[in-house]
Design a protein. Structure first.
Length: 230
């Protein structure tokens, strides 16, 4: 089986772990997942304060992304240093069938949706511009600017949910896992750093923080699309 020593960036992370090793507060080292929940709660309170103060939407989005940053960053560190073989398991025939079936169904729905949407946009542009090329390009750019934030929001949601699925399979749902698939060589020379990173890479923490950011990103994307429509 491939070890983490063969994964790109291992030497760099090992050196960083040695420098960070003496810097972790004792309480955070003992309760890394709890520290992550406290950070999330603080960011949620800050979002409420920004909302009550009628702060700009980009500020709320930035705070929500900050809420997910510790758990997402720790998760990406673990995933980046875990060989793909650690996730391999033999699927059942039924599981294999349903995975392919739903992937095909989703691709078909997206393709039909893109065709219908493209046709509707073409008709709308033709009707609004009335053979005015400059007006058609201006409206096309407005539509593009309204659609892109939604695409970014969807991709962000996919990233969060996929990371939650992978990290749950690797470490489970315990605050400090005792049984896991994380390579033993991961921060092996920096046990305190390893404990903090693995504790922050908690699937429930990432799921809650990520969902909060996803909701606010979609709200911001909707406001952008609505303002463009006006």
């Amino acid at each position: 089986m491939e070890t983490v020593r063969h994964v790109r960036g291992h030497a760099l992370l090992t050196a960083a772990g040695r420098r960070l090793e003496p810097l972790h507060p004792s309480w955070v080292e003992r309760h890394p997942a709890a520290a992550g929940w406290i950070w999330l709660a603080a960011m949620a309170v800050l979002i409420v304060v920004v909302d009550l103060a009628h702060g700009p939407e980009p500020l709320r989005v930035a705070v929500s992304l900050s809420a997910a940053l510790p758990s997402l960053g720790a998760t990406l560190l673990v995933l980046s240093q875990t060989p793909r073989a650690h996730l391999e398991s033999e699927p059942s025939i039924l599981g294999h069938f349903f995975a392919r079936f739903f992937a095909l169904l989703g691709a078909l729905i997206l393709w039909i949706g893109s065709v219908v949407l493209g046709a509707a946009v073409a008709v709308q542009l033709t009707e609004d511009s009335r053979s005015n090329t400059e007006a058609a390009w201006e409206e096309a750019l407005e539509i593009f600017g309204a659609v892109v934030p939604f695409i970014v929001a969807v991709l962000w949601a996919v990233l969060i949910f996929r990371c939650v699925g992978y990290i749950a399979r690797l470490r489970g749902w315990a605050p400090v896992p005792t049984r896991h698939r994380i390579p033993e060589q991961f921060f092996a020379e920096s046990p305190r750093t390893r404990r903090v990173v693995v504790g922050l890479a908690h699937p429930a923490l990432l799921l809650v923080a990520g969902t909060l950011s996803i909701v606010l990103v979609f709200v911001a994307a909707g406001e952008v699309a609505f303002s463009d429509a006006l």
